[in-house]
Design a protein around this ligand. Structure first.
Ligand code: FES
Length: 159
């Protein structure tokens, strides 16, 4: 049996999602979201095994979905996952330089967890807020029209 288990509410969520769709495969994305939420922001191999048993879907199918979509983290992340959009509009407005600036300011390498466990900074593709570039997503919130100073300030204010 896997080390990971969803909460009772999480199990109910998965059961409800399985009933919602014609095929259980369609429920994989929302269920992976739930797992990620209950597993400190990432989907571990153990949690995939667990979900596979709970949903009665082969692990290989879940892993296919997991590896295709970038919104699922396959490595541990900090309490605050800073995702800087580096697609065209944001890149043209300094997003790559912003990413470097943030990594340097908080002494963390891209994609790694900071020593205090607070932060992970990654680059992502378009987050759909191109008109307010550059922008970043931190956990479930968007921050737009950023400057290097404003982005650092926002992150410093996080607990
Ligand atoms: S290019 Fe950054 S939000 Fe679209």
């Amino acid at each position: 049996m896997a080390d990971f288990q969803l909460s009772a509410e999480g199990v109910e969520f998965v059961k409800a999602e399985l009933k919602r769709y014609e095929t259980p495969l369609s429920a994989v994305i929302p269920c992976l979201y739930r797992v990620q939420k209950e597993n400190q922001g990432w989907v571990s191999p153990e949690s995939v095994s667990y979900l596979s048993q709970l949903m009665d879907i082969p692990e290989a199918h879940i892993n296919e979905v997991l590896s295709f979509y970038t919104m699922f983290n396959r490595e541990p992340v900090g309490r605050h996952h800073v995702q800087v959009c580096c697609n065209i509009s944001c890149a043209m407005n300094g997003a790559r330089e912003l990413t470097h600036h943030l990594c340097k300011s908080f002494d963390v390498k891209e994609g790694e967890v900071s020593k205090d466990g607070k932060l992970t900074i990654t680059r992502v593709e378009c987050l759909g807020s191109c008109g307010t570039a550059p922008m970043m997503q931190i956990n479930d919130r968007y921050y737009e029209n950023l400057s290097p100073d404003s982005a650092v300030k926002i992150i410093k204010e996080l607990e």
